[in-house]
Design a protein around this ligand. Structure first.
Ligand code: PLP
Length: 222
Protein backbone atom coordinates (compact mmCIF):
# COMPACT_ATOMS: atom_id res chain seq x y z
CA UNK A 1 0.00 0.00 0.00
CA UNK A 2 1.45 3.44 -0.93
CA UNK A 3 2.15 6.21 1.52
CA UNK A 4 -0.97 8.32 1.93
CA UNK A 5 0.39 11.77 1.13
CA UNK A 6 -3.00 13.51 1.31
CA UNK A 7 -3.69 12.03 4.70
CA UNK A 8 -0.23 13.12 5.89
CA UNK A 9 -0.76 16.70 4.74
CA UNK A 10 -4.19 16.93 6.30
CA UNK A 11 -3.15 15.40 9.61
CA UNK A 12 0.14 17.28 9.95
CA UNK A 13 -1.59 20.63 9.33
CA UNK A 14 -4.36 19.80 11.76
CA UNK A 15 -1.84 18.82 14.42
CA UNK A 16 0.45 21.80 13.86
CA UNK A 17 -2.47 24.19 14.39
CA UNK A 18 -3.18 22.43 17.69
CA UNK A 19 0.51 22.44 18.76
CA UNK A 20 0.52 18.66 18.81
CA UNK A 21 3.67 16.82 17.72
CA UNK A 22 3.21 14.09 15.12
CA UNK A 23 5.34 10.99 15.51
CA UNK A 24 5.00 9.06 12.24
CA UNK A 25 5.06 5.38 13.21
CA UNK A 26 7.10 3.64 10.53
CA UNK A 27 7.56 0.13 11.95
CA UNK A 28 7.68 -2.54 9.21
CA UNK A 29 7.79 0.22 6.54
CA UNK A 30 10.71 0.67 4.14
CA UNK A 31 13.30 3.43 4.15
CA UNK A 32 11.85 4.59 0.80
CA UNK A 33 8.44 5.03 2.38
CA UNK A 34 9.96 6.92 5.30
CA UNK A 35 11.81 9.21 2.88
CA UNK A 36 8.54 10.12 1.19
CA UNK A 37 7.36 11.75 4.40
CA UNK A 38 10.82 13.06 5.23
CA UNK A 39 10.85 14.92 1.91
CA UNK A 40 7.57 16.58 2.89
CA UNK A 41 9.20 17.85 6.08
CA UNK A 42 8.41 15.12 8.61
CA UNK A 43 11.28 14.61 11.10
CA UNK A 44 9.82 12.63 14.03
CA UNK A 45 9.49 8.91 13.37
CA UNK A 46 8.55 6.09 15.75
CA UNK A 47 9.81 2.52 15.73
CA UNK A 48 9.05 -0.56 17.86
CA UNK A 49 11.90 -2.96 17.16
CA UNK A 50 15.54 -2.28 18.04
CA UNK A 51 17.22 -4.08 15.13
CA UNK A 52 14.91 -2.53 12.56
CA UNK A 53 15.46 0.92 14.05
CA UNK A 54 19.26 0.56 14.06
CA UNK A 55 19.27 -0.40 10.38
CA UNK A 56 16.97 2.45 9.39
CA UNK A 57 18.98 4.95 11.40
CA UNK A 58 22.12 3.91 9.54
CA UNK A 59 20.51 4.35 6.13
CA UNK A 60 18.43 7.48 6.63
CA UNK A 61 19.24 11.20 7.11
CA UNK A 62 20.77 12.00 10.45
CA UNK A 63 18.41 14.85 11.30
CA UNK A 64 15.54 12.42 11.82
CA UNK A 65 14.39 12.35 15.45
CA UNK A 66 13.82 8.70 16.27
CA UNK A 67 11.28 7.76 18.93
CA UNK A 68 11.36 4.31 20.46
CA UNK A 69 7.76 3.31 21.23
CA UNK A 70 7.86 -0.47 21.61
CA UNK A 71 8.68 -2.67 24.56
CA UNK A 72 12.40 -2.22 25.29
CA UNK A 73 14.61 -4.88 26.83
CA UNK A 74 17.46 -3.64 29.01
CA UNK A 75 20.10 -5.54 27.07
CA UNK A 76 19.16 -3.72 23.84
CA UNK A 77 19.40 -0.17 25.18
CA UNK A 78 23.05 0.19 24.23
CA UNK A 79 22.21 -0.30 20.54
CA UNK A 80 19.99 2.77 20.35
CA UNK A 81 21.58 4.96 23.06
CA UNK A 82 23.99 6.73 20.65
CA UNK A 83 21.20 8.31 18.62
CA UNK A 84 17.71 7.83 20.07
CA UNK A 85 15.76 11.06 20.51
CA UNK A 86 13.10 9.88 22.93
CA UNK A 87 12.12 6.59 24.57
CA UNK A 88 8.33 6.48 25.16
CA UNK A 89 8.14 3.06 26.71
CA UNK A 90 9.96 3.18 30.04
CA UNK A 91 8.16 0.70 32.25
CA UNK A 92 10.61 -0.03 35.09
CA UNK A 93 13.25 1.61 37.25
CA UNK A 94 15.70 -1.05 36.13
CA UNK A 95 15.25 0.01 32.50
CA UNK A 96 15.66 3.65 33.45
CA UNK A 97 18.95 2.88 35.20
CA UNK A 98 20.22 1.08 32.11
CA UNK A 99 19.19 3.97 29.83
CA UNK A 100 21.03 6.32 32.17
CA UNK A 101 24.14 4.16 32.08
CA UNK A 102 24.20 3.93 28.29
CA UNK A 103 23.42 7.63 27.91
CA UNK A 104 26.35 8.43 30.18
CA UNK A 105 28.74 6.31 28.16
CA UNK A 106 27.60 8.20 25.04
CA UNK A 107 27.89 11.57 26.84
CA UNK A 108 24.20 12.22 26.20
CA UNK A 109 21.05 12.98 28.11
CA UNK A 110 18.21 10.81 26.82
CA UNK A 111 14.63 12.06 27.00
CA UNK A 112 12.21 9.46 28.37
CA UNK A 113 8.49 9.06 28.90
CA UNK A 114 7.03 6.77 31.53
CA UNK A 115 4.58 4.37 29.90
CA UNK A 116 1.47 4.21 32.03
CA UNK A 117 -0.91 1.29 31.90
CA UNK A 118 -4.36 2.70 31.11
CA UNK A 119 -6.08 -0.05 29.10
CA UNK A 120 -8.39 -2.74 30.35
CA UNK A 121 -6.36 -5.39 28.53
CA UNK A 122 -3.78 -7.63 30.12
CA UNK A 123 -1.46 -7.48 27.14
CA UNK A 124 -0.43 -3.84 27.35
CA UNK A 125 2.82 -2.95 29.06
CA UNK A 126 3.13 -0.06 31.45
CA UNK A 127 3.31 1.25 34.99
CA UNK A 128 0.50 1.65 37.47
CA UNK A 129 -0.19 4.99 39.13
CA UNK A 130 1.64 3.77 42.25
CA UNK A 131 4.65 2.65 40.27
CA UNK A 132 4.86 6.04 38.54
CA UNK A 133 4.86 7.71 41.93
CA UNK A 134 7.57 5.39 43.21
CA UNK A 135 9.83 5.96 40.22
CA UNK A 136 9.45 9.74 40.28
CA UNK A 137 10.15 9.80 44.02
CA UNK A 138 13.15 7.55 43.62
CA UNK A 139 14.62 9.80 40.94
CA UNK A 140 14.08 12.91 43.07
CA UNK A 141 15.50 11.37 46.21
CA UNK A 142 18.56 9.77 44.77
CA UNK A 143 19.42 12.35 42.09
CA UNK A 144 21.67 9.74 40.57
CA UNK A 145 20.17 9.46 37.13
CA UNK A 146 21.75 12.55 35.61
CA UNK A 147 21.77 11.28 32.04
CA UNK A 148 18.06 10.77 31.63
CA UNK A 149 15.34 13.39 31.57
CA UNK A 150 11.75 12.35 32.24
CA UNK A 151 9.67 14.47 29.90
CA UNK A 152 6.20 13.06 30.53
CA UNK A 153 3.92 10.08 30.09
CA UNK A 154 2.84 7.74 27.31
CA UNK A 155 -0.27 5.60 27.25
CA UNK A 156 -2.13 3.24 24.92
CA UNK A 157 -5.89 3.00 25.21
CA UNK A 158 -7.87 -0.23 24.93
CA UNK A 159 -8.33 -1.69 21.48
CA UNK A 160 -12.07 -1.21 21.29
CA UNK A 161 -14.77 0.56 19.27
CA UNK A 162 -16.24 1.84 22.50
CA UNK A 163 -15.04 5.44 22.47
CA UNK A 164 -16.42 6.05 25.94
CA UNK A 165 -13.95 3.53 27.34
CA UNK A 166 -11.07 5.06 25.39
CA UNK A 167 -12.08 8.54 26.51
CA UNK A 168 -12.06 7.55 30.17
CA UNK A 169 -8.60 6.04 29.78
CA UNK A 170 -7.26 9.22 28.21
CA UNK A 171 -8.91 11.30 30.94
CA UNK A 172 -7.21 9.20 33.57
CA UNK A 173 -3.77 9.72 32.03
CA UNK A 174 -4.34 13.45 31.52
CA UNK A 175 -5.28 13.82 35.19
CA UNK A 176 -2.12 12.00 36.24
CA UNK A 177 -0.06 14.17 33.90
CA UNK A 178 -1.64 17.37 35.26
CA UNK A 179 -1.03 16.26 38.80
CA UNK A 180 2.71 15.85 38.21
CA UNK A 181 3.43 18.47 35.56
CA UNK A 182 1.79 21.20 37.61
CA UNK A 183 3.86 20.51 40.71
CA UNK A 184 6.95 22.74 40.82
CA UNK A 185 9.04 19.64 41.43
CA UNK A 186 8.30 18.15 38.04
CA UNK A 187 8.22 21.18 35.78
CA UNK A 188 10.22 19.29 33.17
CA UNK A 189 7.13 17.16 32.45
CA UNK A 190 5.75 18.71 29.27
CA UNK A 191 4.84 15.79 27.03
CA UNK A 192 1.72 13.67 27.03
CA UNK A 193 2.04 11.02 24.31
CA UNK A 194 -1.36 9.47 23.65
CA UNK A 195 -3.39 8.77 20.53
CA UNK A 196 -2.89 6.51 17.51
CA UNK A 197 -4.61 6.25 14.11
CA UNK A 198 -7.94 5.13 15.53
CA UNK A 199 -8.18 7.51 18.45
CA UNK A 200 -5.86 10.48 17.97
CA UNK A 201 -8.65 13.05 17.61
CA UNK A 202 -10.19 11.94 20.86
CA UNK A 203 -6.75 11.95 22.50
CA UNK A 204 -6.17 15.56 21.47
CA UNK A 205 -9.58 16.56 22.80
CA UNK A 206 -8.52 15.01 26.07
CA UNK A 207 -5.24 16.91 26.20
CA UNK A 208 -2.61 14.95 24.30
CA UNK A 209 0.25 16.98 22.83
CA UNK A 210 2.06 14.14 21.02
CA UNK A 211 0.38 11.50 18.87
CA UNK A 212 1.85 8.34 17.35
CA UNK A 213 0.24 7.62 13.99
CA UNK A 214 1.16 4.76 11.67
CA UNK A 215 -1.49 3.19 9.47
CA UNK A 216 -3.30 6.42 8.54
CA UNK A 217 -0.05 7.63 6.97
CA UNK A 218 1.65 4.49 5.74
CA UNK A 219 -1.33 2.23 5.13
CA UNK A 220 -2.11 -0.95 7.02
CA UNK A 221 0.74 -3.13 8.22
CA UNK A 222 0.98 -6.80 7.26
C1 PLP B 1 2.13 0.63 16.16
C2 PLP B 1 1.99 1.64 17.24
C3 PLP B 1 1.36 2.89 17.00
C4 PLP B 1 0.72 3.26 15.69
O1 PLP B 1 -0.43 2.52 15.45
P1 PLP B 1 -1.45 2.87 14.27
O2 PLP B 1 -2.73 2.29 14.72
O3 PLP B 1 -0.91 2.25 13.04
O4 PLP B 1 -1.51 4.36 14.15
C5 PLP B 1 1.34 3.80 18.04
N1 PLP B 1 1.88 3.54 19.25
C6 PLP B 1 2.47 2.37 19.52
C7 PLP B 1 3.03 2.14 20.87
C8 PLP B 1 2.53 1.38 18.53
O5 PLP B 1 3.11 0.21 18.82
Amino acid sequence: MPVNIDSYKKISEELASNNVTLVAVSKTKSTEEILELYNLGQRDFGENYVQELVEKHEKLPKDIRWHFIGHLQSNKVKLIAPFISMIHSVDSFKLLKEINKQALSNSRIIDCLLQVYIAKEETKFGLSEDEVKKILNEIDDTQILRNISIKGFMGMASFTDNLQVVKQEFKFLKALYDQYSQSSHHSSLTILSMGMSADYELAIEEGSNMVRIGSLLFGKRN
